[in-house]
Design a protein around this ligand. Structure first.
Ligand code: FES
Length: 286
C-alpha cells in the first residue's frame, strides 16, 4: 500500500478526448482501485523529461480509470506559469491510445460539496478539476451553474460535457471582455445579484482572476473553495517548496484546495515561491 502511494506505476492510455482546440484529456487504465476525489492530483513522470503534478479531471473507479486534462503549450510565458519548461505536457499531448504513462498518487486535499446551489468558475484547462466536481455534485442532486472562461471561443473546454450532466453553463471569453468594459468580477457580481441563492462557490483560475473573484464572493458572504497552484516538487509534504505564507500550509498536502477563510491575509494573489524557494511577484500569468 505504501509502495503504491509513493512510487510510480504504469498506466495505459485508454481514451483521448479533444476538449477544445488546444486541450486534450487522457483517460488511463490504472489496473488499481484508486480512491480519488475532485481537486486531488497525480504526479506524472515522463522519463527523460521531468515529473509534474496534474489535477484529475475524470474518475471511473469501477473501470479502474482516472484521467487528466492538459494543454500542449501556450505562447510564452506558458499555460503553466509555475513550471513552464518541464516538457511533460508537450510530450504527453501527442500520445495515443495504448501508449503508457507513469504516475504516482493521488495526492492532496480536494473540494468539499456544500449546500444545494453551487457556482463554479473555471478558466480554460484549470476548469478540469471543477468539471469532475460538478459531475459529482450532480450525482448528489445539487444544482450547479458553471462559468467556463478562456482567452478565445475555440479554447473553451468541457462545454458539451457539462451540458450532458444537466449543468447550467455560461461561457466567457477574454475577447468578449475586451469589447465589454465590465471586468470578470463585475460580471460575476451582477450574476450573483440576479441569482436568488448561491450556497457555495468554487474557483480554479489564474490568481489574477481568482483573487478579485474571491473578494466579490466574500462581499456576498458566499463560502468559497479555491484551487491554489504552487510549485509542486515532492508532492507529499517533505520538500517545503509549495508552502504558503504565513501559515506554512503545504499546497500538496493541506491543499491544493483551500477555503476562503484559510486564504485570508495570506500570500494568495500577491506572490508565490518558485522552484528555488524564493518569493516572486505574480505576473504574466496566462
Ligand atoms: S511539493 Fe514538497 S512539500 Fe509540497
Amino acid at each position: 500500500m505504501i509502495r503504491m502511494k509513493y512510487t510510480h506505476f504504469q498506466c495505459k492510455i485508454a481514451e483521448v478526448i479533444q476538449e477544445s482546440d488546444v486541450t486534450r484529456s487522457f483517460l488511463l487504465d490504472t489496473s488499481k482501485n484508486l480512491e480519488v476525489s475532485p481537486g486531488q492530483f497525480v504526479m506524472v513522470w515522463v522519463p527523460g523529461k521531468s515529473e509534474k503534478n496534474i489535477p484529475l479531471s475524470y474518475a471511473a473507479p469501477f473501470e479502474q480509470r482516472v484521467g487528466f486534462t492538459i494543454k500542449k503549450k501556450a505562447p510564452a510565458p506558458s499555460i503553466c506559469e509555475i513550471c513552464n519548461s518541464c516538457g511533460v505536457c508537450e510530450e504527453i499531448f501527442d500520445m495515443k491510445i495504448g501508449d503508457t504513462i507513469r504516475i504516482r498518487g493521488p495526492y492532496g486535499n480536494g473540494f468539499t460539496i456544500q449546500g444545494k446551489n453551487l457556482l463554479m468558475f473555471g478558466h480554460e484547462t484549470r476548469a478540469a478539476p471543477l468539471v469532475f466536481l460538478a459531475e459529482k455534485a450532480r450525482e448528489m442532486s445539487r444544482k450547479v451553474t458553471f462559468i467556463v472562461a478562456a482567452p478565445t471561443e475555440n479554447r473553451l473546454p468541457f462545454i458539451q460535457r457539462l451540458k450532458d450532466s444537466d449543468i447550467e453553463v455560461l461561457s466567457l471569453t477574454e475577447k468578449e471582455l475586451v469589447k465589454d468594459p465590465m471586468s470578470t468580477e463585475e460580471m460575476v457580481d451582477e450574476f450573483i445579484e440576479k441569482k436568488s441563492v448561491v450556497d457555495a462557490a468554487y474557483l480554479s483560475a489564474p490568481e489574477r482572476i481568482s483573487k478579485p473573484l474571491l473578494d466579490v464572493l466574500g462581499k456576498h458572504n458566499i463560502p468559497t473553495q479555491v484551487m491554489v497552484e504552487r510549485h509542486i516538487h515532492c508532492g507529499v509534504g517533505i520538500c517545503g517548496e509549495c508552502v504558503i505564507d504565513p501559515t506554512g500550509w503545504r499546497a500538496c498536502v493541506e491543499g491544493p484546495v483551500f477555503s476562503d477563510v484559510s486564504l485570508r491575509d495570506s500570500e494568495f494573489g500577491k506572490y508565490r515561491r518558485h522552484s528555488l524557494k524564493k518569493s516572486e511577484i505574480q505576473k504574466g500569468q496566462k
